[in-house]
Design a protein around this ligand. Structure first.
Ligand SMILES: C[S@@+](CC[C@H](N)C(=O)[O-])C[C@H]1O[C@@H](n2cnc3c(N)ncnc32)[C@H](O)[C@@H]1O
Length: 208
């Protein structure tokens, strides 16, 4: 971990300035994708391996998670991963408008008690930030196995005029798309018999 963090860890500038995602990579990439709360990094590493042309940026404050992702980066020889070991909201605030081509929030903590709902990462404020940093037509993917949080996510996302839910049939949210690798949490949840929802939203084009 000590060897890897100086190479792939993101340190934000002290001043509140915006930093283009390409700044964090040594080579050029066609686009930049962001995963919020990558856990131990299985999904992020699988996406990085499947898309070497993409610069994958992940954020996770949990130290064991960061070392899990570093192991996968090392084993897979992945040169297109960068990680921020802190709260994703700090990283998002530092990203320029329309700089991210896809974002993932997979199995976010549901904070089921009403008095903790303000801690939920899917919130009106964070949706507005995602809307700011996502490019026109960018996809936002959110997975959850928590029915009440799923309803909350849908209500908050549908309340935003910046996103369109990608759903024609129930299969669109009941089945994980082939290009959405499973995460550790999802596999554990499936083994425990819980059912997950796979929500995909497109950032509407900004008006001219
Ligand atoms: C239930 S776990 C899911 C982990 C992983 N996405 C998966 O599906 O296996 C939620 C993760 O989100 C992380 N997390 C919570 N709040 C966060 C925040 N503000 N910024 C970044 N990560 C956060 C937690 O540390 C935890 O690892």
């Amino acid at each position: 971990m000590e060897n890897w963090l100086p190479k792939i860890g993101i340190t934000l500038p002290a001043a509140a300035v915006q930093v283009a995602p390409e700044t964090y990579f040594d080579s050029s990439h066609s686009d930049f994708w962001l995963e919020i709360g990558f856990g131990k990094g299985e999904h992020l590493a699988a996406q990085a391996a499947a898309h070497p042309e993409i610069g994958m940026i992940g954020s996770e404050p949990f130290q064991n998670g960061v070392s899990g992702l570093i192991d996968l980066v090392d084993e897979g020889g992945l040169s297109n991963v960068r990680l921020f070991q802190d709260d994703a909201r700090l990283l998002m605030d530092s990203l320029p408008n329309a700089s991210i081509g896809r974002a993932f929030i997979l199995f976010p903590d549901p904070w089921p008690k009403a008095r903790h709902h303000k801690r939920r990462i899917v919130s009106t404020g964070n949706i507005a930030v995602l809307s700011r940093i996502l490019k026109d037509g960018a996809e936002l993917r959110i997975g959850t196995d928590h029915m009440e949080y799923c309803r909350w996510i849908m209500a908050h996302m549908l309340a935003s005029s910046d996103f369109v839910w990608q759903c024609d049939t129930p299969a669109d949210w009941r089945n994980r798309p082939d290009d959405w690798p499973p995460s550790r949490y999802e596999i554990k949840s499936q083994q425990a018999g819980r059912v997950s929802s796979y929500l995909r939203f497109i950032r509407r084009p900004r008006s001219l």
